[in-house]
Write a protein that binds this ligand. Structure first.
Ligand SMILES: N[C@@H](CCC(=O)N[C@@H](CS)C(=O)NCC(=O)O)C(=O)O
Ligand SMILES: [Fe+2]
Length: 286
């Protein structure tokens, strides 16, 4: 049985979120949901997450899971909001503990225990779970971050930030715990799935010469056309390219607000003694 898949594109952060459902039981998962955040005013909004919930309601779906491919560095996660609205369990790769330990001191975030809480489920490489009757396979695909995972559901893989569209290439590997060599190996692992496997991206930034956004491709297309990682490009050549390119990239606009929320599974930091919630801007930390 193949899932029903709806994609939602957030133009503010170039993020694609997915609503994946089991046509038989109408149980569903939301992958990589976005909490809208305006860094100029510090205001959050739930337009993006509500758009997903609206479609889920129209299709009479029960949201059982919020699935993160990684602790995103470019947008805040709506996982906590969606959990509160739907009762869904929030899952992420088990190596999120490493990411929490790296960033806890950056934000002096003493409430972050570093043992995976407050995520509800920590997923291991190769494990399986269900969305209704649909089988989900977890594939550990580190490199962009150490905790990145991909989700295989039917003939589809939600690849997070490993691969981008063939004409754009691959994700950066210069965040703390990132590693270009590891990313190359994760990409080879994904591209060893059957040629007709459908791959769903987490981001699209368009590409020179393309003026529409795109987020769906196949193993065959990535193997033959990916400008950074198609077959024939060696590990060393990839690492050299990725390392040079990453030196040219600025930090994502929302990295500081995003990471402190996303290592808390989409929760804001606890209120301070005046009862108000603050995000921190560590100085000279990155
Ligand atoms: N300009 C974007 C860049 C975001 C970014 O760095 N995205 C990561 C994924 S979280 C990436 O791999 N980018 C690759 C690239 O920009 O070439 C922003 O500020 O949000
Ligand atoms: Fe990312």
């Amino acid at each position: 049985m193949e899932p029903r898949i709806e994609a939602f594109f957030d133009e503010a952060t170039f993020t694609v979120s997915y609503l994946v459902s089991d046509p038989e039981t109408r149980e569903a998962a939301i992958i990589d949901p976005v909490l809208d955040f305006d860094p100029k005013s510090g205001r959050t909004a739930t337009l993006s997450a509500d758009a997903v919930l609206d479609v889920a309601r129209k299709q009479d779906l029960a949201i059982k899971w919020v699935l993160e491919t990684h602790a995103h560095a470019d947008h805040l996660s709506a996982a906590a909001y969606l959990k509160e609205k739907t009762g869904a369990q929030v899952a992420i790769g088990e190596k999120i503990t490493d990411v929490q330990k790296v960033f806890r001191p950056v934000f002096h975030a003493n409430d972050v225990t570093g043992d995976g809480k407050p995520f509800d489920r920590l997923l291991k490489d190769g494990e399986h779970f269900k969305i209704g009757t649909l089988d989900v396979e977890v594939i550990h695909t580190p490199g962009h971050t150490p905790a990145c995972i991909s989700y295989k559901i039917g003939n589809n893989i939600f690849v997070g930030d490993t691969l981008f569209m063939p004409d754009y290439g691959t994700a950066r590997a210069d965040f703390p715990g990132g590693n270009a060599r590891t990313l190359y190996r994760s990409i080879r692992k994904l591209l060893s799935y059957p040629a007709d496997t459908v791959l769903w991206m987490c981001h699209d930034y368009k590409a020179p010469g393309r003026d529409t956004y795109a987020w769906k491709t196949t193993v065959a297309d990535e193997r033959t056309k990916n400008i950074h990682a198609r077959e024939g490009i060696s590990e060393d050549a990839f690492v050299a390219m990725r390392t040079a390119r990453d030196k040219t990239l600025a930090m994502p606009v929302l990295i500081l607000p995003s990471v402190q929320v996303n290592i808390r599974a989409g929760h804001m930091p606890p209120p301070e003694d005046d009862g108000k919630v603050y995000l921190k801007l560590p100085v000279n930390a990155l």
